[in-house]
Write a protein that binds this ligand. Structure first.
Ligand SMILES: Nc1ncnc2c1ncn2[C@@H]1O[C@H](COP(=O)(O)OP(=O)(O)OP(=O)(O)O)[C@@H](O)[C@H]1O
Ligand SMILES: [Mg+2]
Length: 259
């Protein structure tokens, strides 16, 4: 069943996902318009990464539909799935780099393996993307295990943008980076937007969210409980959003901390 007259780039409808008896996504609805930069916020363990993994087909939802460019994608397999995944660039929460490959080959991996690009051209692009995240050619020849956590994150980011994808998912792009490097990364994300890329980012970093997002959505108990333009986050009128953005321990959101 095709999504009717939808202009959305990505649309989740009633997505449910549970692990055992733990319900993580409980009928999640979310729309990302073409060219938009959406940031999803929400507490640790609320299912933000699970949501992204459902869109990428790494996890299969128990119920609901996911449309990308109007195509339902939760049951894609084989070549259709490969073609689908080529639309995406992904920065995973842990950088998820291959230690057996030098940094530049990690960045070039999708170009060489996914798109059949020649190694020399892919290498040039890899170094160009590394430069965009502030890493010089010397770093390109190192093994990921020789880098700091923040440098690994930046390599993951260079890999995510390597093929100039239509849609980029950034899972915690600035976590573990110093404030100045965070802002370099924010600028980079803003720059990818100006080329028409659709972006979905997950972050706990409200400074980053305010800079990179057109819209912010908050996930709580398996659903999007607030969704609005970035400028409205400070007067959302939603006590959950208020508690979250001000980082208050006391409020409607109860942390599951055992005394
Ligand atoms: N493959 C899996 N098998 C079982 N449980 C899982 C799996 N992946 C995630 N979960 C559970 O789903 C819940 C949501 O996890 P998720 O990684 O999406 O959280 P998150 O919102 O990204 O949190 P954080 O902000 O800490 O990254 C957690 O309770 C987690 O334990
Ligand atoms: Mg996560």
């Amino acid at each position: 069943m095709a999504s009717v007259a939808s202009t959305a780039k990505v649309e989740l409808k009633g997505v449910k996902k549970r692990f055992g008896n733990k319900v993580v996504l409980d009928g999640l609805d979310l729309v990302i318009e073409r060219g938009q930069s959406l940031v999803v916020i929400g507490g640790s363990g609320t299912g933000k990464s699970v949501m992204i993994k459902c869109v990428l087909g790494i996890l299969r939802p128990d119920a609901g539909e996911i449309f990308v460019d109007g195509q339902e994608v939760t049951r894609l397999g084989g070549r259709a799935r490969d073609a689908y995944l080529r639309k995406f660039g992904m920065l995973f929460q842990g950088a998820a780099l291959f230690d057996s490959l030098p940094v530049w080959e990690n960045v070039a991996f999708g170009l060489i393996q996914g798109r059949g690009m020649g190694r020399r051209q892919a290498r040039d692009i890899a170094f160009e993307k590394l430069a965009k995240v502030g890493l010089g050619p010397d770093v390109g020849e190192l093994s990921p295990s020789e880098l700091s956590g923040g440098m690994q994150k930046r390599v993951g980011l260079a890999r995510a943008i390597a093929a100039d994808p239509e849609i980029i998912f950034f899972d915690e792009p600035t976590t573990g980076l110093d404030p100045i490097m965070s802002d370099v990364i924010n600028d980079l994300i803003v720059a990818t937007r100006s080329t028409g890329t659709t972006a979905l980012s997950i972050t706990h970093d409200l400074i980053s969210a305010r800079k990179i997002a057109d819209r912010i959505a908050m996930l709580y108990k398996g659903k999007i409980i607030w969704d609005g333009p970035t400028a409205e986050i400070d007067h959302s009128g939603n006590p959950y959003v208020d508690q979250f953005i001000h980082g208050r321990a006391v409020g409607p959101i109860q942390m599951e901390v055992k005394a």
